[in-house]
Design a protein around this ligand. Structure first.
Ligand SMILES: [Zn+2]
Length: 257
C-alpha cells in the first residue's frame, strides 16, 4: 500500500498537499498538565489567539513528532512541483522546509501580528525577539505579561494573526492564496496527486471539500486520505482514492516514504 503511495507521488507531475488539524497533536499536548494549565489561563484571559503559539512551543520542547513528520514530508517533496495548504496555525508547516511560495496557511499562523480591532493594513511580521519573549513567558505561565505592542492606528493591543482571534484579518494569507489558486488552475488535465493528511472538519471549505472536488474532476488525479478518525472516502472517490485509517503524524514517521 505505501509503496503504491510513494510511486504515486513519484509518478505525479504535481502534488497538492493538505495539512490538517492532526498536526496540532492535541491528544498528546492535552495529556500534559502544564499545557492544560496554560490553556486554562489563556481561556480565562480571553487570549485564544495564543493557543497556536502555546501548541508550537509545547511541540518544540516536549514532543517534536509533528514537526519531524512535516520535515520528512518537505524532504520527500523537495524535487516535486507541489503546493501545500495548511489549516494548522501552529507554525510547524512554515518551519518544515517547504518552499515559501508553495505554502498557504488560510487559518493564519504564529508569524504575523494584527490589530485586535482589525484596523486596515495592521498585519505585520512578528520579530524573532517578540516570538522568543512570548515563548519565555509561556514557560512561566505568565500569560498576562505577553504583549505584542499597540496598533499604530487605533492603539488597541496587537495579537497573533490567526483564526483564534475574534476579528481575524485574512489579509495575512490572501497574497499566498492568490498564488495557490493560480497554481491550482494549472493542474487541470495533468497528473496530480492529492495528498490530504489529518484534515478534519473544522474548516471543511478550505481543504477537505475543494480537494475532493479537484480529485474528482481531474481525470488523471489520484487521491490519498490519511486520517485517524475521518478516513472514509466519498462515493465519487471510492474508485480512484486510497484511504489510510491512521494518524497522519504516525503514518509519515513510520512509513518508508
Ligand atoms: Zn487598530
Amino acid at each position: 500500500m505505501n509503496a503504491d503511495i510513494k510511486a504515486l507521488i513519484e509518478d505525479a507531475q504535481l502534488v497538492l498537499v493538505g495539512i490538517g488539524e492532526e498536526f496540532y497533536d492535541f491528544k498528546n499536548a492535552k495529556a500534559n498538565a502544564e499545557y492544560r494549565a496554560a490553556v486554562e489561563k489563556i481561556e480565562a484571559k480571553n487570549k485564544m489567539w495564543l493557543i497556536p503559539l502555546l501548541n508550537y512551543h509545547y511541540i518544540q520542547k516536549n514532543n517534536p513528532s509533528a514537526r519531524e513528520a512535516l520535515k520528512k514530508l518537505a524532504h520527500l517533496l523537495s524535487d516535486k512541483n507541489y503546493y501545500v495548504v495548511s489549516v494548522c496555525a501552529n507554525g510547524l508547516t512554515e518551519k518544515a522546509g517547504f518552499k515559501r511560495d508553495r505554502l498557504v496557511s488560510p487559518c493564519g499562523s504564529i508569524f504575523k501580528l494584527q490589530c485586535m480591532n482589525h484596523c486596515e493594513a495592521s498585519v505585520r511580521d512578528i520579530t524573532e525577539t517578540e516570538l522568543e519573549e512570548a515563548c519565555g513567558k509561556l514557560d512561566k505561565n505568565a500569560i498576562e505579561e505577553i504583549s505584542f505592542g499597540k496598533c499604530p492606528t487605533c492603539g488597541a493591543e496587537m495579537c497573533l494573526n490567526n483564526v483564534y482571534t475574534e476579528k481575524y484579518d485574512e489579509n495575512g494569507y490572501l497574497p499566498d492564496w492568490n498564488i495557490y489558486t493560480k497554481w491550482l488552475q494549472g493542474t487541470l488535465n495533468r497528473k496530480l496527486c492529492v495528498l490530504e493528511l489529518g484534515v478534519n472538519l473544522t474548516y471543511p471549505s478550505v481543504i477537505r471539500w475543494p480537494f475532493e472536488k479537484v480529485g474528482f474532476y481531474n481525470q488523471k488525479a489520484s487521491f490519498v486520505r490519511v486520517n485517524e478518525k475521518l478516513y472514509q472516502l466519498t462515493e465519487d472517490l471510492k474508485d480512484k482514492g486510497i484511504s489510510i485509517p491512521k494518524n497522519s503524524i504516525d503514518w509519515l514517521l513510520e512509513e518508508d516514504l
